[in-house]
Design a protein. Structure first.
Length: 85
């Protein structure tokens, strides 16, 4: 998961555990997050994208003004891209 404000990740994990993990007991909710929990980095998507390979899929669900830069970085990595609106 990428979000420029890593400090939100603990709350996101808690929400996922309550609404998904508590319902589907055997589902693995593990995920890598960029940036770390105590960091804010608007360019963290660059590190996140570097972990993917050509042919992987990115679903971009970020503020509209960030779509282009993130989508272009994914395309340059050879990824398939879906941008939400």
């Amino acid at each position: 998961i990428f979000y420029y404000q890593g400090k939100k990740f603990p709350g996101i994990r808690k929400h996922m555990e309550k609404n998904i993990g508590d319902v589907y007991k055997d589902m693995d909710l593990g995920c890598d997050t960029y940036p770390s929990d105590q960091t804010a980095d608007p360019k963290a998507y660059i590190d996140a994208i570097a972990t993917f390979k050509a042919g992987d899929v990115a679903i971009i669900f970020t503020p509209d003004d960030t779509h282009y830069d993130i989508a272009l970085a994914c395309i340059n990595q050879g990824m398939h891209v879906m941008v939400t609106k």
